[in-house]
Design a protein around this ligand. Sequence first.
Ligand SMILES: NC(=O)c1ccc[n+]([C@@H]2O[C@H](COP(=O)([O-])OP(=O)(O)OC[C@H]3O[C@@H](n4cnc5c(N)ncnc54)[C@H](OP(=O)(O)O)[C@@H]3O)[C@@H](O)[C@H]2O)c1
Length: 237
Amino acid sequence: MSIEQRVAIITGASRGIGRACAFAFAREVYRTALFARNTTLLAEVAKNLKEMGAQALPIRGDVREPQDISHAVYEVQKHWGRIDVLVNNAGVGYGRTPLMDFPDELWHETIDVNLTGIYYWMKAVLPIMKKQRSGVIINISSGAGKHGIAGFAVYCASKFGVIGLTESVADEVGEFGIKVLALCPGGVDTEMHHRIFPEHEPEGLLRPEEVATKIVSLADPKDRTRTGSSVTLYRRY
Ligand SMILES: NC(=O)c1ccc[n+]([C@@H]2O[C@H](COP(=O)([O-])OP(=O)(O)OC[C@H]3O[C@@H](n4cnc5c(N)ncnc54)[C@H](OP(=O)(O)O)[C@@H]3O)[C@@H](O)[C@H]2O)c1
C-alpha cells in the first residue's frame, strides 16, 4: 500500500527561515506549497526542490490579502487535495526605535503581517483540517513574543499576540485532532536579523536550518508537544 505524501504550506518561503523550512520538509518527503510575494525567489526555491526530486508549488501572495490566501488554499487543494501542516512564518521587523518615534504606518504593517496574516491563514486552512480531522499549525513567534524589549514594542506586541492567538485557537480545535503551536526562536542568522542588528556576528545566532529542523520535528504526527505550547529555541553554546 502506498502512503500518501504529506503536504506542508510554508509562508515567507522566499528566504530565511521559511526557505530553510521548504528544504527541510522536502527532505522528509513532504510536498511543499511556498507562499510569499517575491516570485523570482520563490521560483528559484521551487526549482531547487524539484531538482532534489521533491514536489513544490510556488504561489505568489501577500499574507495581508485574504483573497491571495484563498487562492493559495484553492491551488493546494486542486493539486494535492489535503493540507497536513501550515507554517505561519512570514514576518517583518524593524530596527530599534522608541515608541514615541515609531511611525504609525509601520505599526499597522507589523500587526497586519505578523498577526493578522496568521489569523487569515488559520481561518483559511482550519475548515480543511477539521474535515480531515488532522493537521498541525506552527506559528512563528519569537523570544520577543515572551519578553518586552525597549525599542521593539511593536514587534514584541505582534509576537506576544501570536502566542495568544495560538493558545486560544489550540483550545478551540483540539477536539478535531488539530494541533496548534507557537515557536519562539532567539536570534536567527537571516537578512531580517542582520538588518535589525548589523552588529551581531552570525556565530552567535541560530542557523535557519536549525530552526527548520525544529519546525519539521514539531510537525511530525508522533511529536508529543502539547497543543497550545510556545516552544522556545535558543542557540546551544
Ligand atoms: N531572524 C530572527 O532573528 C528571528 C527570530 C525570531 C523570530 N523570527 C521570525 O521568523 C520569521 C521569519 O523571519 P526571517 O528572519 O526568516 O525573515 P526574512 O529573512 O526577512 O524573511 C521573511 C519572509 O517573510 C516574507 N514576507 C514578509 N512580508 C510578507 C507579506 N506581506 N506577505 C507574504 N510574505 C511576506 C518574505 O517574503 P517576500 O518578501 O517575498 O514576501 C520572506 O520570505 C518572521 O516571522 C520573524 O519575525 C525571526
